[in-house]
Ligand binder design. Structure first.
Ligand code: MG
Length: 171
């Protein structure tokens, strides 16, 4: 398993190195983006696990100096934070916005922006729900819909889209 993690991390690092332009902040949803379950359906004493590529991507981003944050509408932030802690990654995130909301995460992103000072145009976002992707795209964030969690393919797609958007919007 350690070997597989190293392999994913190395490939993620290569994808980042090959990118024309990098975001300053990468934001992840949790349920069905980072891990394959709704944490509201779990108990705090369970041992959580991530999608296979998630940890390698996270570590590669941090190694390359790119900040990471969480935007989740989970109604059980206590369970989510316990899980992040158990996975040993809680301290990696510069912002953790985890609370249920009637908006499609627009308030989550306003808060992330206020906390980090990073403009929306310098953020990249991964989520498994199309309505969130649509709402956050409108704010100016490069947003990628994932189907079976965040993968190396999604990272490649996201960084490509981010670079294209940056070059076309240069004034
Ligand atoms: Mg989700």
């Amino acid at each position: 398993m350690g070997e597989e993690l190293e392999k994913v991390k190395k490939e993620a690092a290569q994808i980042i190195e090959d990118s024309q332009k990098l975001p300053r902040l990468v934001v992840f949803d949790l349920d069905y983006t980072f891990w394959p379950f709704y944490c509201e359906c779990c108990y705090e004493d369970e041992m959580p696990y991530l999608y296979p590529h998630a940890m390698g991507i996270l570590q590669a981003l941090k190694d390359k100096g790119i900040d990471v944050a969480i935007a989740s509408r989970s109604p059980t932030p206590d369970i989510a934070k316990t899980f992040l802690d158990k996975l040993g990654i809680q301290s990696m995130f510069v912002a953790q916005e985890i609370y249920s909301s009637w908006t499609h995460k627009t308030d989550h992103f306003q808060r992330i922006h206020r906390k980090t000072g990073v403009p929306f145009s310098s953020m990249l976002f991964f989520d498994d729900e199309d309505r969130n992707i649509q709402a956050i795209t409108k704010m100016g964030v490069t947003s990628i819909l994932v189907h079976r969690g965040v993968t190396l393919g999604a990272l490649r797609q996201g960084l490509k889209k981010f670079a294209e958007k940056s070059s076309s919007s240069r004034t």
